[in-house]
Design a protein around this ligand. Sequence first.
Ligand SMILES: C[S@@+](CC[C@H](N)C(=O)[O-])C[C@H]1O[C@@H](n2cnc3c(N)ncnc32)[C@H](O)[C@@H]1O
Length: 212
Amino acid sequence: MAADGVTVEIPKSGDGVLANGVLVTGTDDYPLSVMQHHLGLEKTPTPTLPGKTLSLGEGYSRLLPALADNGNDVTGIDLWYHSDIYPGSYDGKQMRAFNEKYRKHLIRGTATKLPADDESFDHVVSHELVNNVPLEVQRAIVMEAVRVTARGGDTRLFGFKETDARATVAAVEEKYGAAVTTRLEKHASDFLHPYAGRVSLSGWLLIVDKAK
Ligand SMILES: C[S@@+](CC[C@H](N)C(=O)[O-])C[C@H]1O[C@@H](n2cnc3c(N)ncnc32)[C@H](O)[C@@H]1O
């Protein structure tokens, strides 16, 4: 199934859905507490982010609903929102339902070319998108995330391998210099997945704070 440069297919294994070759994950894959921990947002039981937040490659995860239902101004972007190409499989149905319920919070597009003005979001977050795309795509996503982050705001992207993250940090620092402060943190989690059993995950969180 294809529309507007997006191809949605069920992988040969029969499990899940791929959007442009990237596995779409959602509510069953990561508990909210795990996502919050990976993003360094676990200080409050329900995530609270003042101002405007953009979630890149949101899929149909628990993060946007938790923020939206808690009154935060949050927008999710993914390749497949507002589309009529949802397969009739379990994940396809989940996507359709998520899209209906959170419609006003969702925009369709690519994180490599965000349909947003410079410095128009206070927080840009992303969970498990960068680890699913090639290095040059990762780099484009990070640059776009920092571009749309407002002064005094931050970008938090989880899922990097350490070496990829360090190379990307160097590129961000070269472009933005003293206008940004970067931090890399390793975050690990261990949780019970409804189908896969006990899952241990670790990845690097890149935080870019933009100076006021
Ligand atoms: C592994 S899933 C992660 C979903 C969710 N953030 C989570 O943690 O469960 C990756 C998501 O990124 C989306 N995606 C892939 N490439 C993208 C791109 N260039 N721009 C925006 N979203 C993209 C996919 O459609 C998919 O929903």
